[in-house]
Design a protein around this ligand. Structure first.
Ligand code: SF4
Length: 785
């Protein structure tokens, strides 16, 4: 039987639906909300020197703002225009001129006075540059000099001693693919990408539960499903146009449920700029919130299933879809006994949600023919993230909510193109078209025509730690080749990261802009290479959206602020290969972008069809409308697996809190507004429950200290509707509270949650002084030595 194909964009409901309005008072007057029209006017003003090109990017390019995916102004879900302020905010990266030379070549300490937001606004990197050991300024070099320096170093190193990393700032599938191929050609498997610090566990969990590591459904499935669940996701903030689909879903009777510690304002009420009705009156998004503890999701889902099994005892078939389970699922009895082992006391304590409330959701799902389960970083950034997500898959498999219209599992991805990074092989555990197993390695050796290094590459976090290994260690990383990214602002323990980056002999930053990590010293040299944006890449480029749509973005001419020396990223990797191994570099050479797409179609059979994408608007969806269609999973026996998982122990003492980080008005670590327009929170506000404030005698707006054995965060108390015992700080400001080296065991994502103490600032500081004074001298001496 053939796969069902996506039907393409559908018509929107014509009738307004006042029952979903936030208020009949237009434009949310008097409410804290984003000012979309004002922001858009400002962005147009910022782009006024290149307005024709900016307009062409918006109307012809594939958005580089998020992973929702849109080509020009039109998407594959709903008819009508599609644009948002996230897209507008990243627009300037593509249209701005070069950094002024007097700033670019100033003393490094002058550049270090800028933060990453200010550095971004300085403009683009105009030409290759170098800053050698002891030099105070970047100096201009030509491409040959820069590439020879990198290649000469690589020739001297064991390939286990250099590492590649690609972030997700609009990088195309073509660049990921060529980087993945060149890294292996050079002899290293140390290549990783930004999904390692966002959604890697979604892939490992879905692979083990249903055999495929991608969203099984489409946004269209939201519209008319019975229940749309968002787990640890602020979809309306991360991908603003998704709120348009949510409104359509609500008009079709879909119930939207959010599971999150914080009642995120953007999932409560939103004003959708591209929908006149919503822009005027707002949209009430969530029908219900379940404010689960940070790290309490597994217990919460055990509670749902525990009630399902209780329902089954009374009335067989009232909760479990037995027909689906019998035909398509393994592990039923094992999961059932694991769930039944859990006591309600444990479930309630870990989840922080009452039994009655858990039962409410259990019954809603039991009575729903269809549901779509979407999740994001609230589930993935934990040391038990793969278990979190397999537990979501357990719910879907028990109910048969998989592989058909209005039912499925959807990791809600963040960045445009991040889905494609692993699928192209820029990942130490995979190659295009499969995993790092002998069969796939041999298959890729046939296609690529060279032998692949037969050792396991390291994840990004480990490669960074390996920089400080002893000098003679085989895996001591001495050269890091970065395509974008800023580890100082994305990884735990930023102080260690700063030290590690400075211990590298050579660090290469292939990028569009400078960031704070570009300015860190290196033992021999920091080399900066100017990259083209996706809109400048010769022969265009493709990116894969959350729903597996592979969109073609054409090369867009007419940039008035063209960076003459910038190069397409895939071309730079080939140039590198030619310099390191000239005799055989023809094996990794490509004539043009079309040539790369031809090879991708062979290397990753899911991408059959990419070679036909040639002009603006061209798109195809890999895998068809639904993965696991009709319940048949791409596993050896065609069945999904129920995975029994344990409730994690967070080692939290009763007086402690668990902290997680959230994003405000920002794009990963790129901050666009110091105050979040959705809740009025500043970057150093600590979101906490007024219940906890009262317990600790902390007043709103008071200085507080969040600390643990790893770091101290000085902030201000902001009372919000969050589950007591949980607090949130902004990412990346709160990363100082996180130690390095805590990785999820299957996917290697660092854990971004931790237990902390919270105190009034004045009390903390007074106590600290007292303790210091009272410390015996001998102890102090021991510490100093
Ligand atoms: S929702 Fe995402 S894909 Fe759509 S315009 Fe906004 S940033 Fe771009």
């Amino acid at each position: 039987m053939g796969k069902t194909l996506h039907p393409g964009p559908q018509k929107k409901a014509k009738m307004p639906a006042p029952e979903h309005w936030v208020s009949p008072i237009p434009f949310g007057l008097g409410k804290i909300k984003p000012k979309h029209i004002r922001d858009t006017m400002k962005i147009a003003w910022d782009n006024r020197d290149n307005i024709g090109y900016a307009t062409n990017i918006i109307t012809k390019g594939v958005c580089d703002g998020c992973a929702l995916g849109v080509s020009g102004l039109y998407d594959q879900t709903l008819e009508g225009p599609h644009v948002c302020t996230t897209r507008m905010n990243v627009l300037r990266l593509n249209t701005m001129p070069a950094i002024k030379p007097e700033i670019l070549h100033a003393d490094i300490d002058e550049l270090r006075k800028y933060d990453s937001t200010e550095l971004r606004k300085l403009g683009r990197i105009p030409y290759p540059m170098i800053r050698r050991k002891g030099e105070r300024k970047f100096s201009r070099i030509n491409w040959d000099e820069a590439m020879d320096l990198i290649a000469d170093k690589m020739k001297k190193l064991n390939p286990k001693q250099y590492s590649f990393y690609l972030t997700a700032r609009g990088i195309t599938n073509e660049s990921y693919y060529v980087a993945a191929k060149v890294a292996r050609f050079l002899g290293t498997n140390h290549i990783d990408n930004a999904s390692r610090i966002c959604h890697a566990p979604s892939k490992t969990a879905l692979k083990r539960s249903i055999g495929v590591g991608a969203s099984t459904s489409n946004y269209l499935d939201w519209i008319g499903t019975d229940v749309l669940l968002f787990w640890g996701s602020v979809a309306s903030n991360a991908s603003p146009v998704s709120s348009k689909y949510m409104l359509e879903a609500k008009k079709k009777g879909t119930k939207i449920i959010v599971v999150n510690p914080y009642r995120e304002p953007a999932m409560d009420k939103y004003w959708i700029p591209s929908n006149p009705e919503s822009a005027l009156f707002g949209t009430k998004i969530a029908d219900d919130f379940y404010q689960v503890n940070i790290g309490g999701d597994i217990a919460f889902m055990h509670g749902i299933m525990k009630h399902w099994f209780a329902m089954e005892e009374k009335d067989y078939g009232s909760a479990i879809n037995h027909e689906f389970v019998q035909e398509h699922v393994n592990g039923y009895e094992e999961l059932k006994s694991k769930v039944q082992e859990q006591s309600w006391d444990e479930i309630i304590e870990s989840s922080g949600v009452s039994k009655e409330r858990i039962i409410e959701l259990a019954e809603l799902l039991a009575n729903s023919k269809n549901a779509v389960y979407a999740w994001a970083l609230g589930l993935t950034m934990h040391s038990f993230a793969t278990d979190n997500i397999s537990q979501v898959a357990n719910l879907a498999l028990l109910r048969g909510h998989l592989g058909r219209k209005h039912a499925g599992l959807m990791p809600f991805r963040g960045h445009s193109s991040v889905q494609g990074s692993g699928e192209m092989g820029a990942d130490p555990f995979v190659l295009p078209g499969g995993g790092w197993d002998a069969k796939n390695v041999e298959r890729m050796e046939q296609i690529w025509g060279f032998e692949l290094p037969r050792w396991q590459g390291d994840i990004v976090g480990v490669t960074l730690e390996n920089i400080v290994l002893p000098e003679d260690h085989e895996r001591k990383v001495k050269l890091y080749y970065l395509s974008g990214g800023n580890f100082l602002e994305t990884m735990p323990d930023p102080d260690f990261i700063a030290h590690a980056l400075s211990e590298l002999e050579i660090r290469v930053h292939q990028d569009i802009i400078l960031n704070t990590s570009t300015l860190v010293d290196a033992k021999e040299a920091v080399i900066v290479l100017p990259a083209k944006t996706r809109y400048e890449q010769e022969d265009g480029g493709t990116s894969t959206s959350t729903e597996r749509m592979v969109y073609f973005s054409p090369e867009i001419p007419g940039n008035k602020n063209k960076i003459e020396e910038a190069r397409a990223e895939w071309k730079i990797y080939i140039d590198l290969a030619k310099r390191v191994k000239p005799e055989t570099a023809h094996l990794v050479d490509f004539a043009d972008g079309f040539d790369i797409r031809e090879e991708i179609a062979k290397a990753n059979p899911d991408y059959e069809g990419i070679q036909h994408l040639k002009k603006q608007g061209d798109v195809f969806q890999w895998g068809g409308a639904w993965l696991c269609e009709d319940g048949i999973c791409p596993t050896p026996d065609g069945r999904g697996s129920l995975i029994p998982v344990d409730i994690p122990d967070l080692n939290k003492k009763p007086e402690q809190f668990v902290v997680t980080s959230r994003r405000g008005k920002q794009f990963n670590s790129m901050v666009y507004k110091e105050v979040d327009p959705l809740n009025g929170a500043g970057r150093y506000d600590v979101l906490m429950s007024p219940v906890d404030g009262q317990k600790l005698s902390i007043a709103e707006g008071e200085g507080i200290v969040v600390y643990n054995g790893f770091g101290v965060f000085q902030g201000t108390a902001k009372f919000v509707d969050i589950a007591p015992g949980n607090i949130e700080v902004h990412f990346p400001e709160g990363n100082f509270l996180l130690p390095r080296g805590r990785y999820e065991k299957f996917a290697g994502i660092p854990d971004y949650n931790i237990t902390v103490n919270v105190e009034k600032a004045e009390r903390y500081n007074a106590r600290k002084d007292t303790q210091y004074v009272e410390k015996p001298i001998a102890d102090l001496e021991t510490e100093v030595s």
